[in-house]
Design a protein around this ligand. Sequence first.
Ligand SMILES: [Fe+2]
Ligand SMILES: [Fe+2]
Length: 150
Amino acid sequence: MSALLSWSDELSVGIQEIDEQHKVLVALLNDLHNAVLSRHGREAVGPILGRLAEYTRIHFAVEESLMRILDYPRYEEHKEEHVSLIKEVNELHRKFNDEGLNISMNLLHFLKDWLGEHIIHSDRDYGPFFLSRGAKTSWKSKSWLKRLFH
Ligand SMILES: [Fe+2]
Ligand SMILES: [Fe+2]
């Protein structure tokens, strides 16, 4: 089955820890796409949508912490974007649960842009900045903090 969104270098922010989290989001979108295409039904689609909303909140909280710790100058505008993205996915999840909304191909493409455009236009901006503040491109240590910082 074809992927809704394929991982490529275009999506990389240049920091493995963050790329791994973005890959989880991409995988959840593709799971959602597969569940809709194979007509697995609302019982299969609902939990994936829920996980997507939940992991998005976790991921955004991590990014925002890093931005505050590293004193990223565009923190406020990035945070505002996160707030509206979270609202959109929560609203979708709520309509799915309460109003019987179906996840259409249009909605899947909306979610593809919802994630892809934010990574490409906003997340990729902090990559070089984080690296200039000592973030590591990749990790070899098992310690979570050492994965990110020298
Ligand atoms: Fe992100
Ligand atoms: Fe972000």
